[in-house]
Design a protein. Structure first.
Length: 115
């Protein structure tokens, strides 16, 4: 079992910045990739960014050049640095971890981009 706890969501102005954090606990040895998805009401959950244990990253086209995913293996934490967000980035952001036994999800954190 893996537990994921997100933090850092909230209200941010367009063009500002915000950093999300996701702390993993439990069977962390089984995690080989972590990442962020987001969801707005009435739409499917969509990929934002992922990072493997080796540091390989992948981003949705809509956030490339603006968002950066990183991880601190010593703290078992993954981050999402959101720069220059726009109102279309408003969503509930979910942290996820892919393990040898399946995928785990955090409870989600709301990000609202508005002036």
């Amino acid at each position: 079992q893996v537990q994921l706890v997100e933090s850092g969501g909230g209200l941010v102005q367009p063009g500002g910045s915000l950093r999300l954090s996701c702390a993993a606990s439990g069977s962390i040895f089984s995690i080989y990739a972590m990442g962020w998805y987001r969801q707005v009401p009435g739409k499917q959950r969509e990929l934002v960014a992922t990072i493997t244990g080796g540091g390989t990253t992948n981003y949705a086209d809509s956030v490339k050049g603006r968002f950066t995913i990183s991880r601190d293996n010593a703290k078992n934490t993954v981050y999402l640095q959101m720069n220059s967000p726009n109102p279309e980035d408003t969503a509930v952001y979910y942290c996820y971890a892919r393990t040898v036994t399946g995928d785990y999800w955090g409870q989600g954190t709301q990000v609202t981009v508005s002036s």
